[in-house]
Design a binder for this molecule. Sequence first.
Ligand SMILES: [Zn+2]
Length: 507
Amino acid sequence: MRRIAFGRIAQESNSLSPVTTEFADFERTHLLQGDALLRACQPDGFEAPGFLRDAELSGFLRAVAARSGQIEAVPTLSAWAVPGGPIARATLENFKDRLTDQLRRAGPLDGVMLSLHGAMTATDTDEPEAEILAAVREAVPGARIAVSLDLHANLTPRKLEYIDVLAAYHTNPHRDHRKTGERAGAVLCDTLLGKIRPVSTWRSLPMVIGGGLTLDFLPPMLSVFWRLGSLERKVPGVLLANLFMSHLWLDTPELGWSVHVTTDGDRAQADRVADELADRLWAVRHKMPPDLPSADEAIAIARSARIRRKFGIVAMCDASDVVGAGAPGDRTELLDAALRRGKDLRWHMPIRDPDAIRALAEKSIGSRVSMAVGASLDPDRSRPVHVEGRLVRFDLTESFGRVAVLDLGHVQLVVTEGAALAMKPEFYLDRGLDPWQADVVVVKSFFPFRLYFARYIRKSIYVRTGGGTTDFDAWRQMSFARPTWPADPVQAWRPLDRARRAAWEAS
Ligand SMILES: [Zn+2]
C-alpha cells in the first residue's frame, strides 16, 4: 500500500492589481480540510460549490480508485480564491503552515498530489508556489510530488526543481479540471507502484503573447491542442504532454510560454516531443489578439444591433476590467459612457465599490441616492462617476459580500462589496433583474459568460476601456529578463531556451 497526500493552494494572480488577496478571499470562495475535503472529492460530492462539481482533486481520487487497494489517499487542505491581486504574505505563510502541518501529521507518505495554479504571485515574491513546493519537500523529503497546473502557469526553474510529475489543462477555456488531476494522479500512482519510470524535459519559449484568441476550438490553436491531446492518447511512451501560455497580467521578468513533456524512461523521445510542441507554439507567435472597440464604439455597435436586441441581449465584456482575470472590477469608463451616451438602451451593469456599499448600508430601500461610485480600489486607473437614482435592493451574499441595486433610470447598477465575476445570469436574476428586460448586460468574464448566458445572448462585444489591469497589451509596460517576443524582435527560440535550461541544469 502506497500513501499519497493531496491538497490545493490555488489562485490566479493579476500582479497589476493593487487589491491584495487575503485569507478571507479564500474563505469566501473555497476552503476545505481533512475529511470534509475527502468527502467533497468523492463521486457524489461537490468539490468546489458554485464552480465545479469535480475538479483536479476529484480526478486524482479517480486515479486512486482505479488502482483499488494499492493506494491510500490522505486529504490535507484545499484553498482556492477567485482571481485577484497578489497574495498577502501573512496569507501565504498561513497556508504553508497549515499544509505542512497536515503533511507532518499524515504519517508515512510516498507521494504528494498538489493542485496549484502556476500564475500566483505574492506581495513580496513572484514565486509563492515555489515556496509552497519547497516547504512540502522539506516536510516530507522522501515523497514524490505531482502537481496539476493551469495552462496559463508560468513555468520556471524554481518551480520545476520540486516537481516530479506535472499535468496541465488541455483545454482553453478550461473545462478539463477533473481530467487533469486524473492524468497527474495516474502517473504519480503508477510511478510509486513501480509500473513506469517517468523522465521529463521542458522548453522555455521567449514569447509572452500569440495564438490569436488562444481558444482551443479556433485556429491557430485548434491544431496545436488537437496534437497535444493525441500525443498523450496515441503515442506509446508519452505519459504527459503540456503547453503553457503566459498569464498576460503577471508582471515578472521570467514570464514566457513553455512546454513540458514526460515519457516512460525515454529522454530522447521527451526531447523530440518537446521540440515539436515548442516549434508549433513559436509558429503562432505573430497571431495577436484582435483590436477591441472603445466604449463609444461598442455602444454604437449595440445600438445598431436592433434585431438581435429584439430577440435577446447584447453581452458586453469590459475587457480592461475582467474580474475573472484578476481585475478589481471598479472601473467606471463603461458606466460613464452608458450614463451619458447610451440613454436609448437599457443596461444591467456591475461595479465593485466597498466604500459605496458602506454608505448605502445606512440608507433605506426606496430612498434617493446621489453619490460617487467606482474607482475606490484602483484610483490610479479610473475616476469615480457621480450617479443619481434610487436604492431598490440591498442583500448579503456568500461569495461577494454585500450587494446593492441602484435604479439609475436606463441603467440598473449592481454595486458589490467583494469581487464579482458577473458571468452567470443568476448574478442579475438573484438581484431581481431579468436579463430579458435589458438591451445590454455587462459581464466581467472573458469567456465563461458565453456558456452561462448562451440562451440570452444574440451578440457579444468586448470593449477596451484602456489602461486597465487586463488589457491584452499589458506586456508593453513590463520588462523581461531576456529578449522576449513581441517586446523584442526575437528570431529563434532555441538559443534562448538552451541558455536558460543550461543555467538551470548547472545550478
Ligand atoms: Zn488559465
